[in-house]
Ligand binder design. Structure first.
Ligand code: UDP
Length: 454
């Protein structure tokens, strides 16, 4: 079939950013299979390797983008911010280089750019070429909304004094009136534009209204007021998720079979699943607090814990808990959360984890660490009422036991379970044939098919 549209996809290669973008692209390919669209996926070699894991997909070609490190140089720092800084310093030239290569190889000019919203310079690349820029925000609508109000937030902080605003609420942000300043991401609270992350997000805020569409992996019904507000700010604001309910998931092969078999043997809604995403490992003191709580309460648990963090567990913990607990270095999280034996999810509140928990109706215990996680945990506890935060914000033995009891055993847990099931049904409805997310996805497809605009 003749190819008539060539979409350039620009990924942000850190945290869980590139994988959801690839999931979106795969769904676009599947739904546009008879319409002659090809995608060039631009991402660093390391991230491409992790998310494609050797698989090839029709009409998607991966191109490796320079990660900002010079030949012979290897990134040795454990600080992800350092790697981000190097990568950002190499943009946009690194992307432009491979974009040209992709155009030569396909024999087609790129007709539309689809990028992670963080990569704000895609706006300029699209303008230079006279083509649309579709941006993909990989977190929740609430954090996008908070970023869009950065100028008002900074101006209030400057006039009132940062310390005095901490407990103030965002009374001027539709749908977020109960959120306090102290719940916001550091990138909003600090107006230090010397920080590459703060600067990148600030520039994104300046550019997003020029984007032909802002796409989010969420569903309108979770935050109707925020959705309407963002619709008024962008040319098109398209909630197309939860993608795990509507898109092909990337295969992990057979990895994790052992823990799924273990889950099959556990009682209904009895297991605590624990994961802190792809980046975070809690401090040793907190690891000890969490481990002691699990051991003392004899809560059945499945813990996704990287091998290099095993040494942070108390001596003998594995032996003493082997009758009721299991630790794996990577869990097939979707299958785990889908399993009826899982009763609660101890999470760092990354947006993908929250959306996955909602999609399978699993209540959450929140231990946010950085970025949007604190705001997400506020929404989980106080707005959606589908989980609890830890007393004092960190893992201690008693605080964790209390949170586990409240979610697993008492009336609070019952109400949370009802609320998350209601939200799960709304999510399921959004991805039905006539659901809001499905309609938005169709609009997105039209937009990239006829890239001169909808
Ligand atoms: N994940 C997984 N297995 C694990 C840990 C994490 O499959 O053992 C996946 C999880 O399903 C989610 C992603 O990794 O899709 C984590 O994304 P999130 O946005 O929650 O956190 P981040 O990694 O960006 O901090």
């Amino acid at each position: 079939m003749a190819i008539h549209s060539h979409i350039g996809v620009l990924a942000f290669p850190f945290g869980t950013h590139a994988a959801p973008l690839l999931t979106l692209v795969r769904r676009l390919v599947i739904d546009s299979s008879s319409q002659g669209i090809t995608f060039s996926f631009f991402n660093t070699a390391k991230s491409n390797c992790a998310i494609f894991s050797g698989q090839e997909f029709d009409n998607i070609k991966a191109y490796d983008v320079w990660d900002g490190m010079h030949e012979g140089e290897a990134f040795t720092g454990s600080n992800i911010l350092e790697a981000m800084q190097l990568f950002l310093a190499a943009t946009p030239g690194n992307f432009e280089k491979v974009m040209k290569e992709a155009e030569v190889e396909t024999g087609m000019k790129i007709s539309c750019l689809l990028s992670d919203a963080f990569l704000w310079f895609t706006c300029d690349l699209a303008e230079e070429r006279g083509i649309p820029w579709v941006s993909f925000w990989t977190a929740a609508s609430c954090s996008l909304s908070a970023h869009m109000y950065t100028d008002q937030i900074w101006s209030l902080m400057r006039s009132t004094g940062a310390a005095k605003t901490e407990e103030k609420t965002l009374s001027f942000v539709p749908g977020m009136t109960s959120v306090r300043f102290s719940d916001l991401p550091e990138e909003i609270l600090s107006d230090n534009l010397e920080s590459p992350l703060t600067l990148m997000i600030y520039k994104m805020v300046q550019k997003l209204s020029k984007s032909t569409a802002v796409v989010v992996n969420s569903f309108e019904e979770i935050d109707p007021v925020i959705t309407n507000d963002l619709k008024s700010k962008f040319q098109n604001f398209l909630n197309i998720g939860p993608s795990i309910l509507s898109s092909p998931t990337l295969s992990n092969g057979d990895s994790g079979q052992e823990c799924l078999l273990w889950l099959e043997k556990q009682r209904h809604a009895s297991v605590i699943y624990i994961s802190f995403g792809t980046v975070i490992t809690p401090q040793p003191r907190e690891m000890a607090g969490l481990a002691e709580a699990l051991e003392t309460g004899e809560f059945p648990f499945l813990w996704s814990l990287r091998d290099n963090a095993m040494k942070l567990l108390p001596d003998g913990f594995l032996d003493r808990t082997s009758k009721f607990g299991m630790i794996v270095s990577w869990a097939p999280q979707l299958k785990v959360l889908e399993n009826p034996s899982v009763g609660a999810f101890i999470t760092h509140c990354g947006w993908n984890s929250i959306l996955e928990s909602i999609s399978f109706g699993v209540p959450m215990i929140c231990r946010p660490f950085f970025g949007d996680q604190n705001l997400n945990s506020k929404m989980v506890e106080d707005v959606w009422k589908i989980g609890v935060r830890l007393e004092g914000g960190v893992f201690t033995k008693n605080g964790t036991i209390e949170a586990l009891h409240s979610v697993m055993l008492n009336e609070t847990g019952k109400a949370i379970r009802e609320n998350i099931n209601k939200l799960k049904h709304k999510a399921q409805n959004a991805v039905k044939f006539d659901g809001t997310s499905t309609k938005n996805f169709r609009a997105l497809l039209e937009l990239i098919k006829s890239p001169r605009g909808i």
